[in-house]
Ligand binder design. Sequence first.
Ligand code: SAH
Ligand code: SF4
Length: 374
Amino acid sequence: MKAEKKPVALLDLSFDELSSLFQSWGEPAYRAKQVWARLYQGLAASFDEMSELPKSLRQRLAQETILGQLTSRIEQRSSDKQTRKVLFALPDGAQVEAVLMSYERRRTTCISTQAGCGMGCSFCATGQGGLQRNLTSGEIVEQVLYFAHELKAGSQKSEVRSQKRGRQSPTSDPRPPISELTNIVLMGMGEPFANYDPVMAAVRRLNDSSGFNFGARRMTVSTVGLVPGIKKLAVENIQINLAVSLHAATDDLRSKLVPINKQYPLSTLLPAVREYITQTHRRVSFEWALIEGVNDTPEQARALAALLKGMLCHVNLIPLNPTSDYPGAASTRERIAAFRSVLESAGIANTLRLRRGIDIQAGCGQLRQRARDK
Ligand code: SAH
Ligand code: SF4
């Protein structure tokens, strides 16, 4: 019996790989360009939409390739409707989460790079569940296309509605069109640098100017502090933003919260970040989940200020999002204010980030955890 050939996942292919596939099928070179544009500019959801392709080619594509692999399982909107979270299932049963957050002037999607995560950070819902597997570049890209497609469909609907009401298009509205994603953050499930090559392939694919054409400066990759990944990114020659999840400024505390710190302690991590800044001239962000009585003390704030002194950086403070397997709580307002005042008097730029979508478990890995707990 002839073994069934596995269908090719189109979103896993670079443009060159797509071109060689069509070449091997004896198709003219321009077909790859047409399909690439349909995938990443037209956001096609089916081959039938690719009406410029001959029917025979559409049939072959439908037989031998697949367009998308993600099926949305649970979809939730926060009570203020500004945050939307989706739990996707993959054909092998792996699950990943992605979130879309709408602000006044921004539409940010937060996507996953692995199903689960093997880094075991104690306070993180994803870490508490362990690693299922790495995602492919196509599975990473598809999460973005899902929301982009949805935003586009939504804006077409509202256009039709306002045309029906005979409205002028609101040219004075300073907000970006609702159809536009403005930021992509790789801060969902998983450690991006533990899946480095597919993650960078996804970033480059989204950035491709003949495709999705999403500015690298509007993408952010967040790492738990895998030093080899930071070193590699420094020489990629791409203007993506780097965020480093620090959470503690002393090795004994950091190793408790972020176990990988034992392998890459602060004395290795901070020099690697400084080197990255020297090489790229790019400002780095440090993430800090504020945990009541744990890492929100004046001592930690002072140690943090000392670590970051003179560095081109910014600290993002996020009150802990409580998870079922970690006893810690978010810091109180007073403690946050005291922590920030230490940073401010040391001249360390910092922002307190709002916790979005708490009511829909929009924290990293929390929707999957809740689905499991039920
Ligand atoms: N693995 C990468 C990216 C995914 S986690 C990393 O760790 O950076 C994205 C961010 O969410 C990280 O800064 C992480 O520390 C933070 N995070 C995880 N669980 C959290 C929680 N319960 N409350 C607040 N922040 C959390
Ligand atoms: Fe993994 Fe990041 Fe969660 Fe740590 S915080 S377990 S690295 S996803």
